[in-house]
Each structure stands twice: as structure tokens, then as C-alpha cells.
Ligand binder design. Structure first.
Ligand code: IPD
Ligand code: CA
Ligand code: CA
Length: 276
């Protein structure tokens, strides 16, 4: 991804639209959280519901009111190229499994990207009312307050958060092996919260020193990865490369822990192309 800068007026405009989109999607998700909704299986353990689909429609409608020509990459049915010049990357309901079980750890995640590079991002939990917003060069904010990553200097001072994709084979084994290695470094503990976008934001606000997952999609990480960087942290693939706007492993840290965490995730790399 080459370096890109945006005119500040345009950045303010896309940021406002991202927030409006997340709010519109959040209203749908919150409504179904209250009333309940039938969950269906997309494939194996991967669930979907009318909440996911209607929330995506609400976010997309909001964006198209202002930017009818922009490309859209969204989980439930919009498949633009990740490197499109003006691209919106949307997860209308990140943490569907939590949503299905009434665990209030899910979000609407919306990012605007220029040529594959996130320029602004919003992650909104409509039940707890947590808002995480970031714009490139403009910092990261939690409910309007400027935030920074934590100061954990070693793994022995950190909580490590992680995720599993829906694969229960090689990828799960590689994740468990990496977790065993993290424990070998005397970490304070692990957390599997079930919502990658919020996991990333919680690195940005200092709760987690490390988050990793062997396979995520752009809609899971586009907004949250920008949030971590703008909060002063670092995000790469699990092998240490810059993130592509495509399915990839993700390692996010407070920056200070990146090299030591990378040593572990590199040891357990998996071929994500062969997995679901
Ligand atoms: C999932 C969540 C979960 C992560 C999975 C994602 P979804 O997104 O972010 O934490 O482990 O890899 O697919 O399916 O709930 O939108
Ligand atoms: Ca997701
Ligand atoms: Ca989703």
C-alpha cells in the first residue's frame, strides 16, 4: 500500500458518513438484539440473520446518499476490489456468534479506504454505546476522548486476545500452539472475546497488549487496524508484512510488544488459502 493523504475537508466528510452509517446499522442490530431473530447457518459454524442483512442495507443506504459512486466491500453481499480508489469496507454485525447468544460484545464496523489504505474508521457497539473512531493522522478516540495504546513493556505485563476463524482444523491447532507459547512467556492471561473489530479497538485503548488471529477478512479489521495505528500501536500480518485489503492473518500490539509477539505468531503460521 503506498502512502496516501486526503484533503482534510474530504476526510471530515467521509468520517461523518462513516459514523452516520454505523449509527444506522447499529439501530437495526440493537432492535434485533431486543426482539430476538432467527439465526441461520451460512456454512458450518458461520451464522447469519436478518440483523446482519438489514444492518448492511442500512449502512450501504447511508453511504450511497452521499457517495453513490464509491465501491463497497461488505460481508453479506458487496464484493468490490479491496484496492478500489474510493472503497467502503463494512461488517454490519461483527461478533454474530455473540449476538446469537445474547452476549453484548458485537459491533458495526465501517471504514473508508483509499486504494487499499484505511483513511477513517468507526467501530460501534450499539448495546454498550461504545464508539471507537479514527482518521489517518487525526488520532484515535473512544467516545470522543483521545486514546493511546498501553505501556506494557513485556509479554509478562500483558493480556493477549485472539480469535478463531470458523476453521476447526489446522488453523485452530496453530492458534492453540501460539497461545501455549504466549503462556510460556508468563502473560497475565488470554481472552477470546468473539468480535475482532472490538478486539483491535481494545488494543488501541490499552486493555490488550496483543491481539492475533490467523485469518480475518477486510471487513473484520479495516476500521480496527487504523484505530490501533492511530492510537500508537502496530498492526501487521502474523508474518510481519503490511496488511493487504484481503483475507489475512492479523497481529496487533501496542508496538513495544510487536517483535516478541511476532516471534511467536511466525512460528505458527498457517496456509490460510487452503482453509475456509
Ligand atoms: C467474526 C468475529 C470473530 C472472529 C472471526 C470473525 P463475524 O466475525 O470477528 O471474533 O474470530 O474470525 O469472522 O462472522 O461475527 O462477523
Ligand atoms: Ca466479522
Ligand atoms: Ca459479520
Amino acid at each position: 500500500m503506498s502512502d496516501v493523504t486526503l484533503d482534510s475537508g474530504f476526510l471530515a466528510k467521509v468520517s461523518a458518513v462513516a459514523e452516520a452509517g454505523a449509527r444506522a446499522g447499529g439501530e437495526v442490530v440493537a432492535k434485533y438484539h431486543r426482539t430476538g431473530v432467527e439465526m441461520r447457518s451460512k456454512e458450518s459454524f458461520n451464522l447469519v440473520s436478518d440483523a446482519d442483512i438489514e444492518a448492511e442495507a442500512a449502512v450501504v443506504r447511508t453511504i450511497r446518499e452521499t457517495f453513490p459512486d464509491h465501491a463497497i466491500l461488505a460481508e453479506e453481499g458487496h464484493r468490490a476490489d479491496g484496492n478500489a480508489e474510493d472503497l467502503w469496507v463494512i461488517d454490519p454485525l461483527d461478533g454474530t456468534n455473540n449476538f446469537a447468544h445474547k452476549v453484548p460484545q458485537f459491533s458495526v464496523s465501517v471504514a473508508y479506504c483509499r486504494c487499499g489504505r484505511p483513511m477513517c474508521g468507526v467501530v460501534f457497539n450499539p448495546v454498550t454505546g461504545e464508539w471507537y473512531t479514527a482518521s489517518r493522522g487525526g488520532g484515535a478516540y473512544a467516545n470522543g476522548e483521545r486514546v493511546h495504546v498501553g505501556g506494557q513493556r513485556g509479554l509478562s505485563e500483558a493480556l493477549v486476545s485472539f480469535g478463531f476463524y470458523y476453521d476447526r482444523g489446522a488453523m485452530m491447532q496453530a492458534t492453540l500452539a501460539a497461545i501455549a507459547d504466549f503462556f510460556g512467556n508468563d502473560i497475565h492471561g488470554v481472552r477470546r472475546m468473539g468480535c475482532a473489530s472490538l478486539d483491535l479497538c481494545w488494543v488501541g485503548i490499552g486493555r490488550f497488549g496483543v491481539f492475533f488471529e490467523h485469518k480475518l477478512s477486510p471487513w473484520d479489521f479495516a476500521a480496527g487496524a487504523l484505530f490501533v495505528e492511530e492510537a500508537g500501536g502496530k498492526v501487521t500480518t502474523c508474518g510481519g508484512e503490511p496488511l493487504p485489503m484481503a483475507p489475512t492473518g492479523v497481529l496487533a500490539t501496542n508496538g513495544l510488544l510487536h517483535e516478541v509477539a511476532l516471534e511467536i505468531t511466525r512460528r505458527h503460521l498457517v496456509d490460510i488459502m487452503g482453509s475456509r
